[in-house]
Design a protein around this ligand. Structure first.
Ligand code: GTP
Ligand code: MG
Length: 610
């Protein structure tokens, strides 16, 4: 991906300007302040020149110093007052830049976080966590640095150079031109430098994101690393990434070192020219000694901006690479969003879910994952979905809350296409316990009450009981106040599943979707959960993915999925009579099929296929 190719709605600076809203006046004032304090840099050399001329005049006329003391003090005091004023402006100016840059940083970071939160599944499968983290930290800091330092340095250099050049031209245009003539050379060098350094900054940025992604994945997946005793191997891999990053960093910085001598030579030539031409001018009486002093006292104001240009260019390229990365997220749009005329449905749904000839393929996938799926779940019914691993069960249920959208066919809830509802209204009505359970590093109570912040302690207990979670929670050191680690570290697989079930129940959804939620709990616990699900206090349609016959047995309708198609559909007894895939599964899990018909089966095995 080439950032240069990417078109954003606003230019980099337009985008920064947009995010300075509320502090724009302060920023403009700060920029004017930079112009003011850099122009004031002329004060000391100007007054020094005046004072030298005063002394020369005294020498020439033979007057006593006392006769000119008033003028002398006036010059000195004005110089001191102006210098103090300049220092105050510098101080306030730096504060203003810092304040505006932190303000914009805060605003952009919040905006990005909001953006990331609202993205769809496609976004999350495109961007790696480490890369996103780099964007909201390091890249964003480069953006802040640009507002606070790069812009200020550019104005500083331009003002200083222009002020000195104008001053020189006014004092003696011939001497001024002989000095300034050399400046274009620097531009030539810096433009060449920019060409070389730009791709390096982009590479550097990629290497940093790569290294961060690597570290992030390894830290969060450290259990696997440990289980396979691959610490050495992982460290070596990290070392390689780190070395690569360091080398690119050194290379980028050496690039400037390569150009540095040329810039230095040109900048150092200036005082020599001044000495030579200025000396000749003094001898020929073209300029006074005082003017020469002012020239030489200010020659740095011409040299420094030229020297600084490389540095500024370097930082600006860093900003360019970083801002492109940040803007990419800033201007990214989720594809699955509310329709412009989306239907508000703040209350509960009845819970009728209908799939009508639904087919689906992942955007980055080659083959269709779901083919022509049609079924109806009536309000309050339990629909079980069973099928071998990878047949498309998770993909199917993810379309109900619109995590993905079908390529053809429709999914309706209470007779309305799901894409017509406001996403929030739709999703608030769906209780989902996902296959990979993700808990937050929070208390168990906090995790259960995640979807309903006003849940009372009693209600938390009620839902924990319904999910057969109470017993183990009470055994934990702090009960419901026990803090579980990141992603639920410290809990067993079955315990995590039960908390995730309690979390889904707690929102009292009108549609409850359980994706293999009891796969890791024992039979006894599973029975308890099934009873609770049957006796829920609120009406709710249940769509339950399961691998065990013991789970599917009580469903009003069972869908058997194979390679993305429904191959069998019916109740437990109907499907056994049919003698197809399902009845084979029953035989496999229960052993004797006659036992299975009409009686609660006690499965021997766990998951049939996974
Ligand atoms: P189990 O959970 O193992 O029982 O499988 P499942 O039936 O839930 O299968 P799932 O719906 O997760 O996957 C169906 C097919 O889609 C599989 O072939 C996966 O490889 C594929 N798949 C799942 N998620 C993605 C995805 O994000 N992108 C792409 N391209 N393919 C995916
Ligand atoms: Mg699945």
């Amino acid at each position: 991906m080439d950032e240069q190719e990417k078109k954003f709605p606003k230019s980099r600076f337009g985008w920064l300007w947009e995010n300075m809203k509320g502090r724009r006046a302060l920023y403009v004032t700060a920029m004017l302040g930079t112009v003011v304090y850099n122009t004031l840099q002329l004060v000391v050399p100007y007054f020094s020149g005046k004072i030298v001329d005063l002394f020369n005049e005294i020498n020439d006329t033979g007057d006593s110093i006392a006769a000119h003391s008033n003028e002398f003090y006036r010059l000195i005091i004005t110089m001191i007052v102006l210098t103090l004023f300049r220092v105050t402006v510098v101080y306030l100016d730096c504060m203003a830049y810092e304040s505006v840059s932190q303000y914009a940083l805060f605003r952009i970071r919040n905006f990005l976080y909001d953006k990331i939160q609202r993205q769809d599944m496609k976004f999350y499968s495109t961007y790696r966590t480490g890369d996103l983290m780099t964007r909201v930290t390091g890249d964003l800091d480069a953006v802040r640095h640009n507002i606070a330092w790069v812009v200020r340095s550019i104005i500083e250099s331009i003002t200083l150079y222009t002020a000195a050049a104008v001053y020189f031209l006014i004092m003696d245009w011939k001497l001024a031109i002989s000095i300034l003539l050399i400046s274009p050379l620097i531009f030539f060098i810096v433009v060449r430098f920019k060409k070389t350094v730009t791709p390096k900054h982009r590479a550097l940025r990629e290497k940093l994101a790569g290294m961060n992604t690597y570290a992030q994945e390894n830290i969060s997946g450290n259990r696997v690393v440990k289980a396979f005793a691959r610490e050495e191997y992982e460290m070596e891999k990290f070392d390689t990434a780190n070395t690569d990053f360091r080398d690119t960093n050194i290379d980028t910085h050496y690039t400037w070192l390569h150009y540095f001598p040329y810039v230095e030579t040109v900048a150092d030539a200036l005082p020599v020219i001044l000495l030579l031409v200025g000396g000749l001018f003094i001898i020929s009486g073209q300029i006074t000694m005082g003017e020469y002093v002012a020239f030489s006292g200010l020659i740095w104001a011409i040299c420094n901006p030229m020297r600084q240009m490389g540095n500024i260019m370097n930082e600006f390229q860093r900003f360019s690479a970083a801002s492109a990365k940040v803007m990419e997220i800033y201007y990214s749009e989720a594809e699955i969003v509310d329709a412009p005329d989306a239907i508000a449905h703040p209350g509960r749904f009845k819970g009728e879910v209908v799939f009508d000839h639904v087919s689906f393929k992942y955007e980055d996938g080659k083959l269709p994952v779901l083919k022509d799926i049609s079924f109806t779940a009536h309000p309050g019914e339990t629909v079980a979905i069973i099928g071998e691993t990878g047949c498309g069960k998770t993909s199917l249920i993810q379309m109900i809350p619109r995590f993905y959208e079908p390529n053809s066919g429709t999914i309706t809830v209470d007779g309305v296409n799901v894409n017509r509802y406001k996403l929030e209204d739709l999703r608030k009505n769906i209780g989902l316990a996902t296959q990979d359970v993700l808990l937050y590093s929070d208390t168990i109570e906090g995790n259960i009450a995640y979807g309903v912040s006003h849940l009372t302690a009693n209600e938390v207990v009620k839902f924990a009981r319904a999910s057969a979670a109470e017993e183990f929670i009470l055994k934990m050191p702090e009960g419901y106040d026990t803090i579980v680690g990141e992603r639920g570290v410290g809990l067993s697989g079955g315990q995590k599943q039960r908390i995730s079930l309690a979390r889904a129940l707690a929102i009292e959804p009108s549609i409850l979707i359980l994706d293999d939620t009891t796969s890791a709990v024992d039979m006894e616990t599973e029975k308890h959960i099934q009873h609770s699900l049957r006796d829920l206090e609120f009406e709710c349609t249940k769509i339950i993915i399961a691998q065990r016959i013991s789970t599917t047995k009580f469903a009003d309708n069972i869908l058997v999925l194979k390679d993305g198609s429904i191959i069998e559909e019916g109740t437990h007894d109907e499907l056994i009579k049919k003698g197809g895939y399902y009845s084979e599964l029953v035989k496999l899990q229960v052993g004797d099929i006659t036992e299975a018909v009409g009686a609660a089966p006690e499965a021997k095995g766990g998951a049939a296929n996974g």
